[in-house]
Design a protein around this ligand. Structure first.
Ligand SMILES: Nc1ncnc2c1ncn2[C@@H]1O[C@H](COP(=O)(O)OP(=O)(O)O)[C@@H](O)[C@H]1O
Ligand SMILES: [Mg+2]
Length: 257
């Protein structure tokens, strides 16, 4: 029984990886959670989770002639199962992104919640794959007009692949942003609710430097509290794991977008 979420945004640096791990840690209080660095071209989850020396990563699983087993790329950290991705260009070049379907199908058999840290630039078939595979998308954005307009594009992509929006998560919010006025308006344009408003918080940057997820590094920081509140608003709808695995395996990868 599992629900798969893509954590996505229109831009890089909005905090997808920070959010994936933060929501993952919060949801792990209740569920068995697996997070996957599906941002295979700009992987950075390994740095946030202290896994830069992981011997086997998603890149190894995506190699066409791979003999690595999915189990070899699963690491138990901070109460989560983490599947990191390597950062070298050769690994990205040699990877067959379509194999992500089988990897995710196998992981789905063994968890309640799958969080797919997704690529920002949705310009290629491979980069939209996590959104294609997910049941619902969590859109991470800053509350500025250009960021919101990119976030709406993510929603459009998701809708075109039949993936719903679980919610919009505002991140790196500063007092000057006027979030109280923006959030209600955003709810009119997005299919899902605003699930959270996470302040810009030095603790998030410090956690990244320390190689630890924010909720492990600074659990009482304002940003960590906001992430826990956000996770509490997400109703996980655990579908049938076998049906989901079949869907993953047979997902059609768009040829051109
Ligand atoms: N709420 C926040 N406040 C301050 N810095 C943040 C916050 N969320 C993320 N960051 C920082 O922003 C940078 C990019 O975050 P990251 O999660 O790696 O983004 P992405 O995965 O979208 O590229 C990191 O240095 C991270 O520590
Ligand atoms: Mg990232």
């Amino acid at each position: 029984m599992v629900e798969a979420f893509a954590v996505a945004s229109g831009k890089g640096g909005t905090g997808k990886t920070t959010s994936t791990l933060a929501l993952g840690l919060a949801l792990a209080e209740e569920y068995d959670v697996t997070v996957v660095d599906a941002d295979t071209g700009m992987a950075n989850l390994l740095f946030h989770a202290g896994l830069e020396d992981a011997p086997v990563t998603l890149h190894d699983l995506l190699l066409t002639d791979s003999d690595a087993a999915v189990a070899d790329a699963r690491y138990e950290r901070f109460g989560l199962t983490v599947v990191p991705c390597g950062t070298d260009l050769a690994g990205f070049r040699d990877a067959d992104p379509t194999r992500l379907r089988d990897v995710v199908a196998e992981l789905a058999a063994d968890t309640d919640v799958l969080l797919l840290d997704s690529p920002a630039a949705l310009g290629s078939p491979a980069s939209v794959l996590p959104i294609v595979l997910a049941d619902r998308t969590i859109i991470v954005t800053q509350p500025t007009i250009p960021a919101l307009s990119d976030a709406l594009k993510v929603q459009e992509y998701a809708a075109s692949y039949g993936t719903g929006v679980a919610g919009v998560l505002f991140n790196k919010v500063r007092p000057a942003d006027g979030i109280d006025a923006i959030a209600p308006k955003a709810e009119r344009y997005f299919e899902g609710p605003v699930v959270g408003t996470v302040p810009d918080d030095d603790a998030a940057r410090a956690a990244r430097r320390a190689g630890e997820p924010l909720l492990a590094y600074a659990p009482d920081s304002p940003a960590a509290r906001a992430y826990r509140d956000a996770a509490a608003t997400i109703d996980v709808d655990r579908g049938d794991g076998d049906a989901l695995a079949d869907r993953f395996r047979s997902a059609v990868i768009p040829e051109a977008i």
